[in-house]
Design a protein around this ligand. Structure first.
Ligand SMILES: NC(=O)c1ccc[n+]([C@@H]2O[C@H](COP(=O)([O-])OP(=O)(O)OC[C@H]3O[C@@H](n4cnc5c(N)ncnc54)[C@H](O)[C@@H]3O)[C@@H](O)[C@H]2O)c1
Length: 459
């Protein structure tokens, strides 16, 4: 049997664990990489050509290493026993019960994993926090792990993941930076080096940065808070643009050319979604409150509030301009994923839009190239009249309005003359991502309502 240089395990085969480990295995044939999960169906899907998540280019990366040095399994205990280094990439959602409900991170999956590791391990190991965790979690983890009576030592290292869904493969292959935080003790620094050595196989040394463990944990929460803050900032300005006839795209372009501001993350939209931004900011808010930093907590909480305001504003505009009633009107949602190039719908603004429209008794039709299965689950309990169509032309047929909720490029290139002809009149388009050619749509006959710029109306 081939002997590998390092035996790496990842617990949690989700959006982060699967792609990150596939990349490590593809880049480092000298390591054995195993990914385990309690979810048998997920593991089976990772072993097939229909991966459990949609991510451009991911199957190619998986295929390079699968069966060679990349393995997927449900035998978690065996995986733990066998490994030298264990990445933990389980979910850390917002707590829904007890103290901190709706804000704090729910660490039950993380803690169960830690206890699982203690129970199954038979030798010293490095434990890598890959999940996003509240600052100072490593301390609690160290305590749980090292409170064993087997004489086994665990060193906890923080290596938060900065990949973005939709571009995960490119982000992992060519990351802006990899961050590795550890204790600044001799065993801590030795563990840090082990993890640095993994990434050094393909990431330039200048992009591998190290820090103390608390800075690494906190940097992940802060990175997401800053990214979301930029979206909420431009979205708040979009509301002002609509009142003043300024154009938010022109404003974003003008300010983004200032090198101190930069052009990225300045697209006004129906709002941000995804499993991380909201939960990580609320977690940051909760931590600040725990330290008595109420002004700081309030500052960051407003980033989430503006996002909710933006989602509500979008759907209220729809109802208002459609003569204050959408009851029994067919409305097609173009896109349900929280962003293009993913099937992930967690916290997608489309969920809010659909539920609000259903509450107004509209007939909602959802179309999306990758997210229909998730959309069905998200709207399962919502009641009302919902249809799902893969084909956007079918979704729009007989509709009174289209609401663009995801910036899928295929929606830019549809035949909107054909769509217009098949719709009820007056036909409305609400472009929640500002991706369509509004002037052309207007000339085709649509009344067009973008975000942060003047509507083009035929009445
Ligand atoms: N999704 C992203 O874009 C992203 C980016 C950066 C960081 N993160 C962070 O990474 C972490 C994981 O996120 P995700 O999106 O991959 O979550 P996910 O829900 O897709 O995957 C988590 C997996 O962990 C498994 N799991 C839970 N408890 C387990 C246990 N005790 N033993 C074995 N497996 C267990 C679940 O079955 C699930 O498959 C979170 O902390 C998240 O905040 C996510």
């Amino acid at each position: 049997m081939k002997s590998f240089e390092k035996k790496v395990l990842c617990i949690g085969a989700g959006y982060v664990g699967g792609p990150t480990m596939a990349m490590i295995a593809a880049k480092c044939p000298q390591y054995e990489v195993t990914v385990v999960d309690i979810d048998e169906r997920r593991i089976a899907a990772w072993q097939s050509d229909t991966l459990p998540i949609y991510e451009p280019g991911l199957l190619d990366v998986v295929k390079i290493a699968r069966g060679r040095n990349l393995f997927f399994s449900t035998d978690i205990d065996e995986g733990i026993r066998h490994a030298d280094i264990i990445f933990v990439s389980v979910n850390t959602p917002t707590k829904t019960f007890g103290d901190g409900a709706g804000r704090a991170a729910d660490l039950q999956y993380w803690e169960k994993t830690a206890r699982n590791i203690v129970a199954a391990a038979e030798s010293d190991k490095i434990i890598v926090e890959k999940s996003t965790l509240p600052v100072r979690t490593a301390k609690a983890m160290g305590r749980i792990l090292n409170a064993n009576d087997k004489g086994i030592r665990f060193e906890v290292v923080s290596n938060p993941e900065f990949l973005a869904e939709g571009t995960a493969v490119a982000d992992l292959e060519n990351p802006d930076r990899v961050l590795i935080g550890s204790r600044e003790t001799e065993p801590g620094l030795a563990a840090r080096k082990e993890i640095v050595d993994i990434y050094a196989n393909w990431v330039p040394a200048a992009r591998i940065i190290t820090s103390n463990v608390w800075s690494a944990e906190l940097s992940k929460l802060v990175a997401n808070a800053f990214l979301a803050q930029r979206i909420s900032s431009i979205n708040s300005i979009s509301a002002l643009c609509e009142k003043t006839k300024a154009n938010v795209a022109e404003v974003a372009h003008a300010i983004g050319m200032d090198s101190r501001i930069g052009p990225k993350f300045l697209n006004a939209s129906v709002g941000f979604g995804g499993s991380c931004f909201k939960k990580d900011i609320l977690n940051l808010v909760y931590i600040c409150e725990n330290y008595g930093l109420y002004e700081v907590a309030q500052y960051w909480e407003n980033v989430v509030r503006i996002n909710e305001y933006q989602e509500q504003r979008f759907v209220r505009t729809m109802v208002r301009v459609m003569f204050n009633t959408v009851a029994d009107k067919r409305i097609a949602l173009f896109g349900f994923a929280f962003k293009k190039d993913t099937g992930d719908t967690r916290e997608s603004p489309a969920i809010h839009v659909a539920k609000h429209l259903l509450a107004e008794r509209a007939r909602v039709v959802v179309t999306d190239p990758q997210a229909l299965d998730n959309a069905k689950k998200d709207l399962a309990g919502a009641g009302g009249n919902v249809e799902y169509h893969e084909d956007p032309y079918e979704a729009a047929r007989g509709a009174h309005a289209i609401a663009v909720c995801t910036e899928w490029q295929q929606y830019v290139h549809l035949d909107y003359r054909r769509i217009f002809d098949s719709m009820e009149k007056p036909a409305f388009i609400f472009d929640g991502r500002n991706i369509l050619n509004h002037k052309e749509l207007y000339e085709t006959g649509f009344s067009v309502f973008p975000i942060g710029r003047t509507a083009l109306k035929h009445f």
